[in-house]
Design a binder for this molecule. Structure first.
Ligand code: ASP
Length: 585
């Protein structure tokens, strides 16, 4: 028998029991007359002990040979510790050893297996199995497991079926590039890995399975921005005979259920905001509403006063940083540097200090007098002691830049508590997005999203103005998921493809199967997908998803543990009729 208990289990009430434990040696402390071993497994750490003169000599000698991460099986008796450790659940007991069996030795690990490790990112990824032995990672994967389980429980209770859809499919453009897999049996032809099961879940609706879900891997070959993974997991769902309200209510309910079950937190009612409002008030389609600091537009007050930057601008917009009038020159310079970073790209930052004594000090004192700045302050709802920060330029970029600044100030003022959750639905997204470079429209969500019936008439005349029946779930400024009511009519779907620049033939080639299905009694339907990795990280209060995935890829899309991607043998290439043209270095 390998064990009677786990290393996290024994308590004072077990004193006197003969037990067997198996696990890894976290560390040994040898005081000469006394020797302790911390034995670790998934469940915790138990202290083992040997005493010169009491324990058998050969056991002491054996224990002295044990290195870190050796795997052992021990037998002994539970005793009360004389000096207790209140920091661990097993801290009141220790095991007086009678037997030590070495199950396997270990090389010296390249980093410490502690809550705070000295291992850098690459090293931890290369030896992920060692990294995964650490508590923080264990807790993350436990949370992930629990979340998956409760997701299934909730959706099952609402009548959803979990149905698997294939991984070897045909390209489904959802904005990213596909990963492709060559087909040996069909030379020259390729499968694509799904960016999401979108078309399959819609076809399941046509098939009559009116509530589907799947916790499913999706693959997107994107240039890796920070914290994106080329393969990631979604809670993917679809429902038939539903309105947008039905979908929203079902998944707001799921979010409530999950936060309650795994975190014991009531996230409260979700706010609702349409896309246009989100952009106007927060400059973002995923606003962090844990704090206010809404945008204030200033154009009518500041134009034509001789200040060039404002006079040329399409929009002049600002935020009020409450209580920040005492910011030093250095702090203001740092904020200016922040907005001028190439990733943000603002030309400059205008500030107005509303001093505690009611006077003003601004970077535009030359152009605006106290009386005018007082009017600004009223517009901003600013009080003495506040700091107003303004950006100007073209509407889209300026709003984005101010959104970044708002988040930065929010961070600086400690307004973004990761343990506080403020959920929100953003609705009424534009159906289409104009791309300057390629001079064409793209679907903002995906090509299967239906336009709002009240905007149908704009489809021909002003497609950019058409709003979609699309919605995003946003929590704390994180886009947790998104979905839409779909097109279920063949002609409308065809029209949509043509708006997106597909010829009839291309549309038929790529999506004929879906449009054909729509001719056989497609019910009205809609759905949503939530990012499962991201949701898990968010619930835990983390920004990065990396440590909520057991085996993630690094920033260049590599798995450094198994060293992938890698070259394949010539024979494999031949079987697939592939020839590799290496790029010229
Ligand atoms: N397939 C969509 C996505 O992956 C979600 C949806 O529309 O249901 O973002």
């Amino acid at each position: 028998m390998f064990r009677t208990h786990t290393c996290g289990e024994l308590r004072l009430s077990d004193v006197g029991k003969e037990i067997i434990l198996s696990g890894w040696v976290q560390r040994t402390r040898d005081k000469g007359s006394l020797l302790w071993i911390d034995l670790r497994d998934r469940y915790g750490i138990t202290q083992l002990m040997l005493e010169e003169g009491v324990s058998q000599q050969h056991l002491l000698e054996k224990a002295r040979q044990l290195g870190r991460e050796y795997v052992i099986r021990v037998k002994g008796r539970v005793t009360e510790r004389s000096s207790k450790n209140p920091n661990i659940p097993t801290g009141e007991i220790e095991i007086m050893l009678d037997e030590i069996e070495l199950l396997n030795a270990s090389k010296l690990p390249p980093f410490t297996i502690e809550d705070k490790t000295d291992g850098g990112d690459e090293l931890r990824m290369k030896y992920r199995y060692l990294d995964l032995r650490r508590n923080p990672l264990k807790q993350n994967l436990a949370l992930r497991h629990k979340l998956a389980l409760e997701t299934r429980n909730y959706l099952d209770s609402k009548g959803f079926y979990e149905i698997e859809t294939p991984y070897l499919i045909k390209s489904t453009p959802e904005g990213a590039r596909d990963f492709v897999v060559p087909s040996r049996m069909n030379p020259g032809e390729f499968y694509a890995l799904p960016q999401s099961p979108q078309t399959f879940k819609q076809i399941l609706m046509v098939a009559g399975y009116d509530r589907y879900f799947q916790i499913v891997r999706c693959f997107r070959d994107e240039d890796l921005r920070a914290d994106r993974q080329p393969e990631f997991t979604q809670i993917d769902c679809e429902m038939a005979f539903v309105t947008q309200e039905d979908v929203i209510n079902t998944f707001e309910g799921m979010a409530h259920f999950l936060f309650e079950k795994v975190k014991g937190v009531d996230v409260g009612r979700f706010e609702r905001m349409d896309y246009a409002t989100a952009m106007k008030l927060y400059g973002s389609d995923k606003p962090d509403i844990r704090f206010g600091m809404q945008f204030v537009e200033m154009k009518d007050l500041v134009k034509n006063k001789g200040f060039g930057l404002f006079d040329e601008a399409e929009i002049i917009v600002g935020i009020n940083a409450a209580g920040c009038s005492e910011y030093t020159r250095k702090q203001l310079d740092a904020l200016t540097e922040f907005v001028k970073k190439p990733q943000i790209g603002a030309k400059g930052l205008v500030y107005v200090k509303y001093n505690a004594d009611g006077t003003f000090k601004s970077s535009v004192d030359k152009y605006f007098n106290e009386a005018e700045l007082k009017v600004w302050a009223n517009r901003f709802d600013a009080r003495p002691g506040d700091l107003m920060l303004l950006l100007s330029g073209n509407t889209e970029n300026t709003r984005k830049q101010l959104s970044e600044l708002r988040l930065e100030i929010g961070n600086q003022l400690g307004l973004r508590d990761p343990q506080m959750f403020k959920p929100l639905w953003v609705t009424d997204f534009p159906l289409l997005e104009w791309d300057e470079t390629s001079q064409r429209f793209y679907a903002m969500h995906h090509p299967f999203t239906s336009p709002k019936p009240e905007d149908f008439h704009l489809l021909e005349s002003d497609p950019g103005k058409v709003r979609a029946n699309a919605y995003d779930m946003v929590i704390n400024g994180v886009e947790v998921g998104g979905g839409s009511i779909r097109i279920h009519d063949r002609d409308l779907q065809k029209k949509m493809f043509s708006l997106l620049g597909f010829t009839d033939e291309e549309a038929q080639n790529q999506f004929g199967f879906l449009m054909n299905a729509f001719e056989f009694g497609a019910p009205p339907h809609g759905g949503i997908a939530l990012g499962f990795d991201r949701l898990t990280a968010l619930i835990a209060g983390y920004d990065s998803i990396r440590d909520f995935i057991a085996f993630p890829k690094n920033n260049s899309g590599r798995d450094v543990m198994i060293d992938s991607p890698s070259i394949i043998a010539q024979q494999q290439l031949d079987e697939l009729f592939l020839k590799v043209n290496m790029p010229q270095k």
